[in-house]
Design a protein around this ligand. Sequence first.
Ligand code: GRF
Length: 217
Amino acid sequence: MRAVVLLSGRGSNFEALLAARLPLQYPLVLSNNPEARGIDLARRHGIPATVLNHREFSDRAAFDAALAAEIDRHAPDLVILAGFMRVLGEGFVRRYHGRMLNIHPSLLPMFPGLHTHRRAIEAGVRVHGCTVHFVTPEVDGGPIIVQAAVPVLPDDDEERLAARVLAQEHRIYPLAVRWFAEGRLRLDASGRAVLNDWPWAAQDCLISPPAALPQAG
Ligand code: GRF
C-alpha cells in the first residue's frame, strides 16, 4: 500500500508513523511550508519530499488542483494529513473520500479548529485528548476512527497539556494507519468508520480526577 503524507511543520506524527514500521510505502511527502522540519525528516529517511507553497497560488482552488495533481502522480491508496495546516476545498476532499486520514488534538467533536489545548483549559474540562478521523468536507468533522484521552491537571498550561496529548497522538495515529493498511478499516456507505475485528479488551476507563485521591502525608 502506498501513502502520501501532507504536513506543514515539525512532523512528529510522521516520525511516529515511520518509527512504527507500518506495511506501507511512502512515495512522497508534501508540505505547503518550505520551512517544515518534516521535509528534512523525510529526506533523511530517503523519502522524496516536495514543497508546494500555497502563497504562490492565486486561490485555494488553484492550490488544491496542483496538490491533487502532485498526489495523483504517485497513485496513493491513502493520503495522510500529519499536521497539514491548510483547509482543503470540498472537491479535493471528495476526491480522496474514504482514503484520507487526519489527526486532531482534541476529543472531537469538542474543540474543532485551532488552539485546542488553550480552549480545553479555558473550558475547564477534566479530560482532553486526540482523535484520528476520516477527512470529510466539514473541517475536523469526519467520522471518528480512534481517540485517546488524557487528564487535564490543575496546574496545566497549554504547553504541558499539548505534550501530554502529543504523546498519545504518536500512539493512535500509527494504530489507525495500520488498521487501514491491513484492510481492517473502511468508511462505509452511511459515512461511519468501520473497524473489523474490534480489538476489544477489558480496559480501565480514564476517570479524571480519579475516585481515590492519594492520601496526604
Ligand atoms: C499535531 O498536534 C496534530 O494533531 C495537529 O497538528 C500537530 C502536528 O504536529 N493536526 P506534528 O507536525 O506532527 O509534530
